[in-house]
Design a protein around this ligand. Structure first.
Ligand code: CS2
Length: 496
């Protein structure tokens, strides 16, 4: 093989045109967007849309400065810096077509753990118009019992006492907004890109709660000046593996240490309320609407919940990836039955969207054999995902007297998964969850104390006290412990 070409700004002109190296002048870009949480999803979604906009011309004020807050982000910082923040997006279609492009919209990266002042100052710069976030469902510091800001979190306490050396994103946002107010600069927009219903409203509640603890006058200013648009974000983005790095080496002789893969499908529906201007993302496929509620609910309750359904049942069954699950007719039938009988009835009508067609497309997307979306990625952080994706559907169905059996089985499978950290054959599973120890301790008391798992209030709230859920759940969890082949119960639920 010829020597590989390392990906960086100087080498862009040596790359094949097929890789669509950025056509715009990266040296002239200003970072109008500061983004916290540069992982796979940000790179396949917001950074992708922004790159497309930069290519369309006249948007050089809308580059992105990435931010990492924690020590593990040092690795990301090193790779991005070595590559002048460039990376390859590899889109893989279900029919095997692959198209790759170099994304150039991220132009800088700063690490809060190394230099918090630099991050705060960057957010406070006049050119910063938007601070966007992908900090995961768990990053919002919500106390699940009260649904309020968890002020007892030691990191929150630390940030209240040390406003200039924060740990949580809320500390950074507040410190930067304080500077902007002192300097007479307009506030930036805070734009959540996480999978949470009303993600903007939740961000607003958390930022205002934190700021109120630190400086009530500042909290009032933020409440008046900062906009927090809600948004629905969507693009399936599996974890990058060595296979993608090798693919680029072999196909193009390109050395990219951190490419990202995604499906071709991409959607971003955003409420059009910004404090200080915004990019014309609608020119490159995003949609601006006045109310995003029905779209976000549809996506969270169908796609994300569908992922959790397959992820938890599939892991216990012994599958590795989402496409492997849906290739099994029983899993595909169970998924569709869950979507039709439990998820769809709780949705509100969405003007212009055909929910049946949305579900068909969803199953096609899940079946994409070229997106090896691993079940450990799906099940990662389930204690933060299930309460957002699935439990509200159970609660609404109980209230309406509708079926909850599919969801109850998923929760029962999650109990077994959390207890054993192994599939039904005893093969170890890669479990990663901030509440793994608490989940395991609760699950371990099953089956002799069959409701112990769902009595974990930090995850399930009061669900265990409702017999309309606890009774079917109890039967299922006992059956799974007697025979962890979840397909038996899946079959009985879908009536095969
Ligand atoms: C997934 C999401 O994390 C999960 O459990 O459901 O990452 C999903 O792939 C994205 O929301 C797709 O837009």
């Amino acid at each position: 093989m010829n020597a590989l070409i390392p990906l960086n700004q100087t080498n862009l002109s040596r790359l094949p045109q097929e890789l669509l190296p950025p056509s715009y002048d990266r040296g002239s870009i200003q970072s109008g967007i500061v983004h916290v949480g540069v992982g796979g999803f940000h790179r396949s979604h917001e950074a992708y849309y922004t790159d497309a906009l930069l290519r369309s011309g006249d948007a050089l004020q809308w580059g992105i400065c990435g931010i990492g807050l924690r020590r593990p982000d040092q690795k990301i910082a090193a790779v991005l810096e070595a590559q002048d923040h460039l990376y390859t997006l590899i889109e893989k279609a279900p029919d095997g077509r692959v198209s790759s492009r170099i994304i150039g919209s991220i132009v800088d990266f700063l690490l809060g753990c190394d230099d918090p002042t630099a991050v705060i100052e960057r957010m406070a710069r006049p050119e910063t118009k938007i601070v966007s976030l992908t900090i995961t469902e768990g990053g919002y510091n919500v106390d699940r019992n009260t649904q309020k800001f968890d002020a007892d979190n030691p990191d929150a306490q630390h940030d209240i006492a040390n406003p200039l050396r924060p740990r949580l994103v809320f500390g950074y946002l507040t410190a930067a907004l304080k500077l902007r107010r002192e300097r007479g600069l307009p506030a930036f927009t805070i734009q959540s890109c996480d999978n949470i219903q009303h993600n903007g409203d939740l961000t607003r509640d958390m930022v205002l709660a934190f700021a109120g603890l630190q400086d009530p006058g500042l909290a009032d200013w933020i409440a008046g000046e900062v906009r927090f648009p809600n948004a629905m974000v969507d693009r399936i983005t599996p974890v990058t593996t060595d296979a993608e790095i090798e693919y680029l080496q072999q196909q193009f002789g390109l050395q990219d240490r951190w490419p990202v893969t995604s499906e071709p499908f991409c959607q971003w529906i955003i409420e059009d309320q910004f404090s200080n201007g915004r990019p014309e993302w609608e020119a490159v496929g995003a949609q601006f609407v006045s109310d995003v509620t029905p779209y976000e609910k549809m996506k969270l309750r169908l796609l994300n919940a569908g992922h959790s359904v397959l992820g938890l049942l599939g892991s216990v069954y012994g599958y590795q990836t989402i496409d492997e699950c849906v290739a099994d007719p029983l899993f595909a039938t169970f998924l569709r039955s869950f979507l039709d009988h439990e998820a769809t009835p709780v949705l509100d009508a969405v003007a212009g969207i055909d929910v049946e067609a949305y579900k068909d497309t969803l199953i096609e997307r899940f079946s994409n054999p070229n997106i090896k979306d691993s079940l450990p990625r799906i099940c990662l952080d389930s204690s933060n995902k299930v309460p957002v994706f699935l439990l509200p559907t159970i609660e609404e169905n109980i209230q309406q007297g509708r079926s909850i059996s599919h969801a109850a089985l998923v929760v029962a499978a999650w109990c077994y998964y959390s207890d054993k950290h192994a599939d039904r054959h005893g093969h170890a599973l890669d479990v990663s969850d901030p509440q793994a120890a608490a989940l395991q301790a609760a699950a371990r008391r099953t089956p002799s104390d069959p409701l112990a798992f769902i009595q974990l209030k930090s995850v399930f709230g009061d669900l265990a006290s409702d017999p309309r859920f606890s009774q079917p759940y109890q039967q299922m969890v006992q059956q799974i412990y007697a025979n962890p082949d979840v397909s038996v119960l899946m079959q009985s639920i879908v009536g095969q």
